[in-house]
Design a protein. Structure first.
Length: 202
């Protein structure tokens, strides 16, 4: 690989491993917060990856152009470089974006998550451009993968929101001012009022 291509390769590699960081973030958050919100997300993400792979391999999505393997598939095992005919990164981004966006809209926390969603749009756009530029996948494959991930994300989070178990849903950026605290213990002083009528009769 030429020296001049190192910088775009580093940027593309970061985009490649960004979905892995997303997974680790949700797992670590569940461990630190002692909840199963991250596990709920991972279950949906696994289903998304499996469905994207099955759909991509069952439909004839073929990239007629020769991909740049140094950029597109930097890691291979026994010359087996790709398991899916669709880019899984786009599917993961689509699922994660909608999984976080819908609860934020429902509970009106968009203002606290603007930067987060702008970052996701940047990741999706950058990944899409590089996948197409280096001929890893054609634009039809890229958009379809994003569409599959987004649809699964909408359906999955909608089912969770319609359930009565809201504490398993990850809602990013909830401000501390809108969290609930247990009331402090208070003491009460009681006064006994004497019956003046009885005292007068006596």
């Amino acid at each position: 690989m030429d020296t001049i291509n190192i910088i775009p390769f580093i940027g593309f590699f970061i985009l490649k491993i960004a979905p892995i960081f997303i997974v680790f973030y949700f797992i670590l958050d569940s461990i630190m917060q002692v909840n199963i919100k991250g596990i709920t997300f991972i279950i949906g993400l696994i289903f998304t990856i499996v469905l994207t792979t099955l759909v991509g391999n069952s439909i004839s999505f073929l990239n007629k152009e020769e991909p740049n393997k140094d950029f597109c598939f930097p890691i291979s095992i026994n010359n087996f470089i790709n398991i899916s005919n669709l880019p899984l990164s786009q599917s993961i981004y689509g699922f994660t974006l909608l999984y976080l966006l819908i609860p934020a809209l429902k509970y009106q926390f968009m203002g606290y998550n603007t930067i987060l969603f702008i970052l996701f749009l940047f990741l999706i756009g950058s990944d899409m451009i590089l996948l197409h530029k280096y001929k890893c996948f054609n634009m039809k494959q890229i958009i379809f993968s994003l569409f599959v991930g987004a649809i699964v994300g909408i359906m999955y989070i909608s089912v969770l929101l319609s359930s009565n178990v809201k504490n398993i849903i990850y809602i990013p950026g909830i401000p501390q001012s809108q969290t609930c605290d247990l009331p402090k213990r208070k003491g009460y002083k009681c006064k006994i009022r004497e019956n003046t009528d009885e005292n007068e009769n006596q």
